[in-house]
Ligand binder design. Structure first.
Ligand SMILES: Nc1nc2c(ncn2[C@@H]2O[C@H](COP(=O)(O)OP(=O)(O)OP(=O)(O)O)[C@@H](O)[C@H]2O)c(=O)[nH]1
Ligand SMILES: [Mg+2]
Length: 395
């Protein structure tokens, strides 16, 4: 098969370019477009890995607008703290001063994938209050994040969660249910796992008493005082990305060709990782990469190409440089590589677009082969850009 195939007769033709001009695309691109087109029409694809509820083989209905993440749970369980720390960069200890939420707080996140975060007040039960329009709340596909305070008595919270799941799964079976067993920062490792086991068994037992077996619920141990909350959100968001498998295989191939230990694709603002390679994930590498983003952001804020005043620009472009600013910087995007002294492993970062960055931990000897590494990274960045162009929801 030729590498570049004209697509006049292809079912996906005209998807990206409505002006019917001849278009040339690689076979991989065509394949992705075709699959996505099928997804959008709501067809069944039993091979699809990340769709809908795990294991049921049914493709989730395509998102019509912005996917919505709903934070629910008892009062003081930590919902507003989570949303403020992850999406608004609030330092964790300042959450002590947050007031109790009185009405639903709706946040719109402009990111690689636009999504919304809704923070519910703990004291209001939307199912008992006839004023709430269920379709308006749960109609859009997304995830329901149920936050449980692991340091507090949680039986009442579990009872509410079970009722919520039973009510929702009848009408909106495609919503992902994610349980954050939260505030585990002061608990010992052993106790944390005991709590998780206890909560899992209680919920599954309760649901099966009501005839709902093997409920597709995911449990996460979280705390705003460490990276666990970002890690958990990463997993939640990843389930909402169409064709995540394609992203993962791009990163796995990159790791193999460049001999990287681990590669992450980060949403720079929230520091949620939206994809990683197939190697086993470990918290330590995620933490290093996520801290590295902070360092680079701080640097680019000082030296980067942000919006400058005319006066500042004139000064920088004047004597002794006498050149346009664009011609003075090596490349428009942030790109960096650093070798950590204690581990001898270089870390590299490459901006993909204004929201995403590729961060990878290399092996000791990869530094000697930087030109090859750069070339491969460049190719993956191009692939990622193309991926997001194809998969972004059409209005
Ligand atoms: N130790 C610990 N405390 C936390 C954590 N997350 C939140 N908190 C604390 O929990 C308290 C309640 O947090 P909120 O975020 O206001 O709780 P909420 O669920 O939004 O409460 P309502 O708005 O009343 O429903 C605050 O004092 C937070 O500092 C955590 O991970 N660990
Ligand atoms: Mg709140």
């Amino acid at each position: 098969m030729p590498l570049k195939t004209p697509i006049h007769d292809h079912p996906a033709a005209g998807l990206a370019e409505p002006n019917h001009l001849p278009r040339y695309a690689s076979s991989a691109k065509l394949n992705l477009e075709l699959i996505l087109d099928q997804d959008r029409r709501g067809s069944v694809d039993p091979t699809k890995k990340n769709a809908g509820k795990s294991g049921d083989g049914i493709t989730a209905p395509p998102p019509q607008g912005k996917p919505r993440l709903m934070l629910m749970g008892q009062r003081r369980s930590g919902k507003s703290s989570i949303s403020s720390v992850v999406f608004h960069k609030l330092p964790p200890n300042e959450t002590l001063f947050l007031e109790s939420t009185a009405r639903i707080q709706k946040d719109s996140m402009a990111s690689f994938m636009d999504f919304q975060v809704w923070d519910f007040p703990g004291q209001i039960d939307v199912f008992e209050n006839p004023d709430f329009d269920m379709d308006a709340i749960f109609g859009e596909i997304g995830a329901l994040i149920w936050v449980i305070d692991a340091q507090d008595e949680y039986l009442e919270s579990l009872a509410r969660l079970t009722t919520t799941i039973l009510t929702l799964q009848r009408t909106y079976p495609s919503i992902n249910i994610e349980v954050f067993i939260h505030k585990v920062d002061s608990l010992s490792d052993e106790y944390k796992l005991d709590v998780q086991r206890d909560i899992t068994i209680r919920i599954q037992d309760d649901l099966s008493d009501h005839g709902f077996e093997n409920a597709p619920i995911t449990f996460h141990l979280t705390s705003i005082y460490n990276h666990s909350i970002f890690e958990a959100f990463s997993k939640v968001i990843q389930k909402l990305i169409p064709r995540l498998g394609t992203l993962e295989s791009m990163l796995t191939n990159l790791c193999r060709t460049c001999r990287f230990e681990k590669a992450y694709l980060f949403d720079v603002l929230s520091k949620i990782y939206i994809a990683t390679d197939g190697n086993a994930a470990d918290m330590a590498s995620y933490e290093i990469c996520s801290d590295y983003i902070d360092v680079i952001i701080d640097m680019t804020e000082v030296y980067g190409t942000w919006q400058r005043s005319d006066e500042g620009r004139a000064k920088l472009e004047g004597e002794p440089w006498s050149a346009r600013l664009e011609d003075q910087v090596g490349c428009g995007t942030a790109e960096s590589c650093l070798v950590l002294h204690d581990s001898n492993k270089p870390i590299m970062l490459r901006e993909v677009d204004r929201y995403l960055a590729l961060v990878a931990i290399m092996k000791e000897d990869s530094y000697d082969r930087m030109p090859l590494v750069n070339m491969n990274v460049e190719a993956v960045v191009e692939g990622l850009t193309e991926f997001f162009n194809i998969t972004k929801p059409r209005k």
